[in-house]
Design a protein around this ligand. Structure first.
Ligand code: B12
Ligand code: SF4
Length: 489
């Protein structure tokens, strides 16, 4: 039995998914074969030709769902014996995707033991239709099964299987994403966490953290392999300050690689931030999201004052750590002027790089319901947020086309405005023009500077940038990874 993971743009650094690595480690630990492959019809058909039984396992955020569903439909049309399953953020939010042709199963929530159960069942010739976490299609019937409890002790999991990606497309080794825990107690309406809290109610402790020693084991291995920058991508790295205060000095002593992490403004304490700085923290990413306090509170459910945000920003910058802020434009109930307020708050916060997205209300999120209740959703809204467009345009109905144009154009200038606030009057005029290639170029230039030269130390950023250029311009790199998409920018 082979589990095959088709991955879109497999050779890109950003395609190395911790979720896949975690599941793969568990499968291999139990003796099953698990491989990553480019999400390319021909390569997959060639690979499966010599195999008896294959499970195609897709890990997908909403943004890539249509790409994978389309690929899967083609593969199943040619090889109906393949068993194809989907997991990750999109299927968890929206298991109804199982109704699409060609999908045999959808995993809701954590996948380590769910996929193991399924592979075992198929391997032993049993039906998977009653397995926990799974929605399984059986002819015209769909079995919707309850969830198994959350994994209580993350230390029981083997270390992530990084080899699975390196074998498919060697990583530059310049940086690695590491997850030290799972879960966030907040309920921001655009995020997946409130849904996780709901589906897992009564199924165990949502907030879990690996032991410091377990995380260090992984980091020592990464250091030995030559990784030079660590990206801790936990939703809220400072959620348990005592854990950070235990971890930071040991990291400083044993690992001492520059790293980044994510925080929330109400979890930024001087003592913790200083400890992170001493340990080698290069960048902290913090959500500002909206400059208008009412929108932040009522639409995003982020109850925090401007002062709280600015204090947190002062602490981060005061410690000598680069501050990267995250923002969302074109919110339901918001106006262009509200988005300008977001620009202003980022300027006040003196963000080193302010990233902004145009809202993509993913199915299953509260903000999706809010937009729906305001009559702002298009009929084919799920398709609109799943087409790989990565938020270059708003998927909401914005009644006034001039307002839409200006918000979408403002998005392209957002990081630049925070670096050069004196450009505001010029940009106010420019965004009235129709969208054009020049605006996109400005945006891409800013994002590349932000990602490669602000967010990571310069030599690492240069290396990642060169690798990206190769993907864009060298045909053999393109062939390996599939076409370059907007997500790269
Ligand atoms: C690290 C991370 C990234 C990394 C790696 C992406 C990845 N897919 O892992 C990078 C920086 C590349 C990234 C980019 C983006 N991300 Co991101 N990212 C995360 C983050 C913070 C952690 C993911 C993670 O590793 N979690 C830990 C692992 C163990 O959990 P997991 O990934 O969910 O996997 C488990 C289950 O979902 C399931 N599972 C997953 N895949 C499969 C497959 C099968 C077959 C099965 C059975 C089970 C299964 O089992 C896994 C183990 O338990 C999450 C938030 C979060 N806390 O999860 C956001 C998150 C996944 N990202 C999100 C978004 C929106 C994006 C972008 C679209 C942003 C953008 N505009 O460009 C891009 C998409 C790029 C892409 N191709 O994925 C959203 C997705 C929402 C949605 N509905 O799609 C999330 C949920 C954040 C949020 N707050 O809502 N991201
Ligand atoms: S604080 Fe961050 S991770 Fe937690 S719910 Fe809000 S957006 Fe999601």
């Amino acid at each position: 039995m082979l589990v095959l993971w088709p991955i879109h743009q497999v050779a890109h650094e950003h395609s190395q998914y911790p979720g896949v690595m975690n599941i793969s480690a568990v499968l291999k630990d139990r003796g099953y074969r698990s491989e990553v492959i480019a999400a390319d019809e021909k390569q997959i058909l060639d690979r499966v030709a010599s195999e008896d039984r294959v499970v195609l396992a897709y890990s997908t955020p909403s943004a890539l769902a249509t790409i994978y569903v389309t690929l899967n439909r083609k593969l199943k049309a040619k090889s109906p014996e393949l068993f194809s399953v989907f997991g990750g953020a999109h299927p968890t939010y929206f298991p109804e995707m199982i109704e699409e042709d060609g999908i045999d199963g959808v995993c809701v929530g954590e996948g380590e033991y769910a996929l193991l159960d399924l592979v075992r069942a198929l391997d032993e010739g049993r039906s998977p239709s009653e397995l926990e976490n799974w929605w399984i299609k059986d002819g015209d019937v769909i079995h919707r099964n309850p969830l198994r409890p959350l994994i209580e002790d993350l230390d029981e999991l083997p270390l992530p299987d990084r080899e699975i990606f390196n074998l498919a497309a060697p990583s530059s080794g310049l940086h690695a994403i590491v997850m030290t825990g799972r879960g966030c107690p907040y309920g921001c309406t655009y995020c997946y966490n409130h849904l996780y809290q709901k589906i897992y109610e009564g199924k165990g402790q949502l907030i879990r953290r690996r032991s410091v020693e377990h995380v260090l084991r992984e980091l020592r291995q990464l250091k030995t392999e030559g990784v030079r920058f660590i990206r801790f991508m936990d939703d809220l790295f400072t959620l348990q300050p005592e854990w950070v205060l235990e971890f930071a000095p040991r990291y400083e002593e044993e690992i001492a690689l520059p790293f980044s992490c994510l925080v929330r403004a109400n979890f930024v304490e001087e003592e913790v931030v200083s400890a992170l700085k001493r340990a080698g923290c290069h960048r902290i990413m913090m959500g500002i999201e909206a400059g208008n306090e009412r929108l932040r509170r009522d639409v995003l459910k982020r109850r925090m004052s401007d002062e709280q945000i600015l204090d947190a920003a002062r602490i981060v910058r005061g410690a000598g750590i680069r501050l990267v802020t995250a923002n969302i434009l074109a919110l339901p109930g918001g106006t262009l002027e509200d988005d300008w307020q977001t620009v202003d708050l980022n300027i006040k916060a003196r963000s080193n790089y302010a990233s902004a997205s145009i809202l993509q209300p993913f199915p299953g999120t509260k903000i999706h319901e809010i937009a729906q209740s305001m009559g702002l959703l298009q009929e084919d809204h799920v398709a609109a947020v799943s087409d790989g467009g990565f938020g270059f345009e708003s998927t909401l109905k914005i009644a006034d086309p001039r307002e839409r144009r200006q918000v979408e154009n403002l998005h392209k200038f957002f990081p630049l405005l925070i670096w050069f606030p004196w450009l505001k009057p010029v940009v106010r005029r420019l965004i009235k023009l129709p969208p054009n290639r020049f605006f996109n170029l400005v945006y891409m230039a800013c994002v590349n500077v932000g990602i490669h030269f602000v967010s990571v130390p310069a030599p690492i950023g240069r290396g990642l940038f060169v690798k990206k250029l190769k993907h864009r311009f060298l045909p053999e790199a393109r062939r390996a990874s599939g076409p370059v998409g907007a997500a790269d920018e």
